[in-house]
Design a protein around this ligand. Structure first.
Ligand code: SAH
Ligand code: SF4
Ligand code: F3S
Length: 449
């Protein structure tokens, strides 16, 4: 087969590719790059695993249970292959990077193993596997950003999309595996980011989320993150702009001022605290104190009183005392988080914590502390939702409600989901809504006519 655009022979020949994605939003974005690279080679994407010739699993190593889930899935896929011996199975992403040896040889071996910086090489790796060999590339790069590869949008709500602006991480938080699986931090060329966001807008998208492990340290030439954010927000006042994730140590006043100056930059900041205890934060190598963190929250609230603040928290990190744990609970109360992702500490091989600190909080204690954290957050989330009752918000409609097809759902600038009667609206519209009620996870509202 010949690619009609480049007149280059391609090898996929209509063979079908299925990709399953685990882990963070970066992985969701990477899958879209992978599909783009493979389509150029003549592979056709299918969302039905039973008709695929090649199945790739885009994996996550962040916690042990994330990896266990993927091992379980891999066993199921082997069952599928027994029935269809020509099926090729590949592991890509963070687990491929972390566990290359185990995935190349022995009982857990798969046909294709590709790390996060090796996706341009995937067509060759798949060819090797098709020829009966193994396709393996886990080289990390200091430059790869896939800058000019147009991702194939798989989510298809046609309204909101992720745009990766950087890769890797240099922060080396002592518990975290990401700097090892994704390599050094590098920023993507600003012009390609703005061009991608503009194309999305021209194709009807109304929201982009700029993605990186620490977007606040974005830099190319003299473009830093506030400057980039402004350029994307200037594409149109009708384009909402979000970003994730912000490391508190780099949350600058200029960024907060830039947000406050443009109403289409969403009033939502994900600011992972991890712990409320300065002693624990120090062992985590987070490079800020509780007081610094609270100072950043104050600065946000000063300039944007209506800004939602959400977080990530880890229960039971090495050496965490009952008092440290109480400090996390009191931080939560003090900030009044609108939402949080909450985890039990999971020791990761190769990290500083695994090599030099003791994972000494017993599992029952971790579980008990996590439960307390979750219970408190449920209360805080509910309080936050109740506060919104009676208020007015502009909602960007994302689609039809799952429960009732005469209702739509969309999000507030603060990133809360609101369900309301359809009226004459459709996905991509902005609608002004007054909140009339709430459940723990959803707001209900009515259109202001
Ligand atoms: N780069 C982002 C988030 C990366 S991972 C940031 O720095 O905020 C997402 C979350 O997973 C982290 O914020 C942390 O709360 C959690 N996490 C990472 N490693 C973990 C580990 N070993 N055990 C438990 N939770 C972990
Ligand atoms: Fe991991 Fe820390 Fe980097 Fe986030 S900033 S990815 S927690 S090392
Ligand atoms: Fe997981 Fe890798 Fe993301 S470890 S959280 S998929 S960067």
């Amino acid at each position: 087969m010949i690619d009609r655009n480049t007149l280059r022979p391609v090898t996929g020949d209509g063979r079908r590719l299925f990709v399953e994605t685990y882990g963070c939003q970066m992985n969701v974005g990477d899958t879209e790059i992978v599909v783009s690279v493979m389509q150029r080679e003549g592979y056709v994407y299918t969302d039905r695993i039973d008709e695929a010739d090649v199945v790739l699993i885009n994996t996550c190593s962040i916690r042990d249970n994330a990896e266990q889930r993927i091992w379980g899935r891999l066993r199921e896929l082997r069952g599928l292959r027994r029935r269809r011996p020509s099926l090729l199975i590949g592991i890509i992403g963070c687990m491929a990077e972390r566990l290359k040896e185990r995935l190349v040889e022995g009982e857990d071996a798969v046909d294709i193993v590709a790390g996060p910086d090796a996706y341009r090489d995937l067509p060759r790796l798949v060819r090797e596997a098709e020829a009966g060999g193994k396709g393996v590339n886990v080289l990390l790069s200091n430059e790869e950003t896939y800058a000019e590869i147009a991702p194939v949008r798989l989510d298809r709500n046609g309204v909101s999309a992720f745009v990766a602006i950087m890769r890797g991480c240099d922060n080396f938080c002592s518990y975290c595996v990401v700097p090892y699986t994704r390599g050094r931090e590098r920023s993507r060329d600003a012009a390609t980011i703005v061009a991608e966001a503009r194309t999305l807008f021209e194709n009807g998208y109304r929201e982009v989320t700029l993605l990186g492990q620490n977007v606040n340290s974005y830099r190319t030439g003299d473009v830093d993150f506030p400057a980039l954010l402004k350029s994307v927000a200037e594409i149109s006042p009708l384009l909402r702009v979000r970003f994730a994730t912000s490391h508190p140590k780099d949350m600058s006043d200029r960024l907060i001022e830039t947000m406050a100056s443009m109403p289409n930059i969403c009033r939502a900041i994900h600011l992972p605290a991890q712990s409320g205890s300065t002693a624990v934060l120090e062992r985590m190598n987070r490079k800020y104190t509780r007081e610094w963190y609270l100072g950043r929250v104050e600065a946000i609230r000063r300039l944007m009183p209506d800004c939602a603040i959400t977080t990530d928290l880890i229960a039971g990190f090495c050496g965490e005392t009952e008092e440290d744990h109480r400090a996390t609970l009191s931080l939560m109360e003090q900030v009044g988080y609108d939402f949080a992702y909450m985890f039990k500490y999971s020791e990761r091989p190769g990290t500083f914590a695994q090599r030099h600190l003791k994972d000494d909080v017993p599992d029952e204690v971790k579980t008990a502390r996590l439960t307390e954290i979750i219970n408190l957050q449920n209360e805080l989330s509910e309080r936050s939702n109740r506060r919104d009752i009676g208020r007015e918000f502009e909602i960007l409609v994302e689609g039809v409600s799952k429960r009732r097809d005469d209702q739509l759902f969309g999000r507030t600038s603060q990133n809360k989901v609101v369900v309301f009667d359809r009226g004459g609206h459709e996905a991509g519209d902005y609608v002004r809504v007054r909140i009339t009620g709430c459940s723990s996870a959803t707001l209900y509202g009515e259109e202001i006519l």
